[in-house]
Design a protein around this ligand. Structure first.
Ligand code: MG
Length: 353
């Protein structure tokens, strides 16, 4: 088992092990021995994993654990869902010393975290992420969010979980495009901080190396989160490829998955850097090859103007412009604030590469 401690204000462990879902009760016993628990999950995950989790909780002595199954899908990350959950929790007499468990992907993790951080002014919660994207990215770091009709993740809090349990075995039931959605974020992690992780993704079968890939990504996330819990500085390195990626995602009206759009966004940045002479073209070749290996797209049909229009509304912008994340080489990244016009010229420069 890999154990990674995240030292935020209240420190917590991330445990990574095949089959750990069956031991969830024992692991939770160690951090929340006397708490009453409630599980929040979705309609995709519940039929496969909810029974396994509830059995494990019961074996560890937890009684009277209610579970709430939300409709699977991004639409569930809404104010309406949060409102419904507040009501259900209240009806089930969930009090301040209780602990919520998020069993599912990023939608369930973000929503449960948001509800946990606001219900009764904040109660504890535990993450059991069941997608690769949630395991390597959204379950660690304490960002919670719901969407508004005008955009994704516009309302949220920073609220750290008490424990994160990653069971790579749960990834075996994911559709292929959901798996590659997560792989895109692992490629990103390698590119910004970990050249060996990037090489592993290039050369090995990821199924055989899942524990190592997940652990390496979580270590990177841990390092930046510990140094910058509230996302005002170096944590932004994790946004590599995301400014253009989010624009692509928005332009596609969210019909393409986050990771797929991030891959396109990273390709745009690398092409621009190669054109500007700040990266060797070998970096682009290696990135395109690894994307091909995992069936990730690297181009998009949108007109530049349409994408830039969306970029200008990105919530991560400052009044001075866009904080671009750039590479010195694979595994070494930095932040550079560029005025909008300069950023747009820079990105367009990569066209045709
Ligand atoms: Mg992301």
């Amino acid at each position: 088992m890999n154990r990674i401690q995240v030292k935020t204000q209240a420190p917590y462990d991330v445990l990574i092990q095949r089959g750990i879902l069956r031991e969830a009760g024992q692991k939770i016993q160690k951090v929340k021995p006397h708490a009453r628990l409630a599980v929040i999950t979705d309609s995709n995950v519940a039929p496969i994993y909810l029974r396994r989790l509830l059995d494990s909780l019961e074996n560890a002595g937890y009684r009277d654990v209610p579970s709430f199954t939300m409709q699977a899908g991004e639409n569930t990350k809404s104010l309406e869902s949060a409102g419904l959950l507040y009501q259900l929790l209240s009806q089930s007499k969930i009090s301040r010393d209780c602990c919520l468990i998020a069993l599912g992907g990023g939608v369930i993790g973000d929503l449960t975290g948001f509800v946990a951080s606001t219900y009764l002014r904040g109660i504890a919660f535990i993450q059991i992420p069941t997608t690769l994207l949630a395991q390597v990215d959204s379950s660690v770091g304490g960002k919670t969010a719901i969407n508004l009709p005008s955009g994704k993740n516009l309302v949220g809090t920073f609220w750290q979980p008490s424990l994160v349990l990653c069971d790579p075995d749960t990834l075996s039931t994911l559709p292929e495009e959901v798996f590659s959605d997560g792989i895109a974020e692992t490629i990103k992690c390698g590119m910004i901080k970990d050249p060996l992780l990037f090489e592993l993704l290039e050369k090995k079968d990821p199924q055989e190396k899942l524990e190592e890939i997940i652990s390496r990504c979580i270590c990177i996330k841990r390092d930046v989160v510990e140094a910058d819990e509230l996302d005002t500085g170096n944590r932004m390195l994790l946004n590599f490829g995301h400014t253009m990626g989010h624009a692509v995602e928005n332009w596609m009206q969210y019909r393409q998955r986050h990771g797929q759009c991030v891959a396109v966004g990273i390709a745009m940045i690398i092409r621009a850097q190669v054109a500007a002479g700040t990266l060797p073209s070998l970096v682009l070749d290696r990135f395109l090859a690894v994307c091909q290996k995992y069936c990730l797209p690297t181009t998009c049909d949108a007109a530049w103007e349409d994408l830039f229009e969306i970029c200008r509304q990105d919530k991560k912008n400052t009044t001075h412009g866009i904080r671009a994340i750039l590479l010195r080489e694979i595994g070494d990244s930095f932040i550079k604030t560029l005025p909008f016009a300069e950023f747009e010229g820079f990105i367009k420069g990569g066209e045709g590469r």
